[in-house]
Design a protein around this ligand. Structure first.
Ligand code: AMP
Ligand code: MG
Length: 352
């Protein structure tokens, strides 16, 4: 298959790229498109064959369900059963935006889309190209991240092309995405709404709308219950976001972290290995050797989220054997950043 890459910085619902992509979706094909979180790989959520094609293109395990993207609240009602009042409240507060809600599904959504579950994950993205595509095609779009399963999520059209060229019909290139981390997932089928995956919309923001919210204990770092617990979102159980080099997070006071990273880097270089370092604008000049890449600025935590996946891919091109990273556990988006970074590191942390 030849994959067409079409510019879609135009947000007009009638742009030719969006028209062409909408036609592909209507006839059961696959289109990668930008959202505000990461690029998604979309197909018709109500078409079991389209969903199967998504799993095949990504090499994704078939028990890992897809998120359904909609452009109007009425579409949520059309695919949910026993929709709780909290869904409307959260939609009013955060949709369109980076929040995915898990609700009970009805027969409109096939099990191929939900990985066999009786629940469905639904999100209304705010990216104008995503919204225009859903509206133009009038298709509810099942879309996981548009990467090969296990690789960092794509935050640029080039990342999508690297992983999926030749495997899907169209890539809509809307430039780099804004947030750079996947949506927050909240499960509304529990008595108390539960965060299954942290993201830009954090616990406090959700609690300000629906009262008490829990976090799936299996995804809380340092929690005693984490060991052996099974995350409720199937995707959180898989090793994810893995760069090719072995990534270790170094945690502690800044001076000590830099000292230890410099020392470990020197040791690996002496063994003839290549080493990458994830630094910030504040620390980049303090590393003495190795491939030092700046992830962002500590005074702007959004910049760190925005660049994380791109940095992990860049270390792959550089062919480093080891990667060391500072810690980014800032109060608001830090939990989401650390969740992804620690998964990429296979939870390898050195405390100094
Ligand atoms: P991705 O779009 O690649 O970020 O993956 C979607 C994420 O949503 C995965 O972690 C899935 O396991 C999760 N997810 C999708 N549907 C459900 C559901 N019905 N219940 C729980 N988690 C879900
Ligand atoms: Mg993904």
């Amino acid at each position: 298959m030849i994959t067409k890459i079409l510019k879609a910085d135009e947000i007009d619902v009638n742009s030719t790229s969006i028209n062409e992509a909408a036609e592909v979706l209507k006839r059961g094909g696959l289109v990668a498109f930008p959202t505000e979180t990461v690029y998604g790989l979309g197909g018709d959520a109500t078409d079991p064959d389209a969903s199967k094609k998504i799993y095949a293109a990504k090499g994704r395990p078939s028990d890992n369900p897809l998120i359904v993207h909609i452009a109007d609240f009425s579409q949520l009602k059309a695919i949910a059963s026993n929709l709780p009042d909290t869904a409307k409240k959260l939609a009013d507060a955060f949709w369109p935006g980076p929040l995915t809600m898990v609700v009970n599904k009805n027969e409109v959504v096939p099990y191929e889309t939900t990985g066999g579950l009786d629940t469905v994950a639904v999100r209304m993205p705010s990216h104008p190209v995503a919204l225009a595509l859903i509206k133009k095609s009038n298709v509810m779009i099942a879309a996981p991240s548009a990467n090969t399963s296990g690789r960092p999520s794509p935050t640029k059209a080039e990342h999508v092309a690297e992983d999926l060229n030749g495997k899907i019909d169209i890539i809509l290139d809307g430039g780099p995405v804004e947030i750079g981390l996947e949506s927050t997932i909240i499960d509304l089928t529990e008595d108390i709404p539960m965060i299954l995956r942290p993201g830009y919309i954090n616990k406090q923001m959700l609690e300000s709308v629906v009262g008490q919210v829990r976090i799936d204990p299996a995804i809380v770092v340092d929690s005693d219950t984490t060991v052996g617990a099974k995350p409720k979102a199937p995707g959180m159980r898989y090793k994810h976001y893995a760069p090719k080099g072995e990534l270790t997070v170094v945690k502690g006071g800044q001076d000590k972290v830099i000292e230890v990273i410099n020392q470990l880097t020197a040791e690996h270089l002496a063994d003839g290995k290549r080493v990458g370092i994830i630094a910030t604008s504040q620390t980049k000049d303090l590393y003495l050797k190795g491939e030092v890449l700046v992830i962002g600025d500590r005074d702007n935590e959004e910049s760190i989220a925005h660049n994380l996946y791109d940095i992990l891919r860049r270390f792959d091109y550089l062919g480093v054997d080891y990667i060391f990273s500072e810690c980014f556990d800032t109060p608001s988006i830090g939990q989401a950043i650390m969740n992804r970074l620690l998964k990429a590191a296979g939870q390898k942390v050195i405390e100094v």
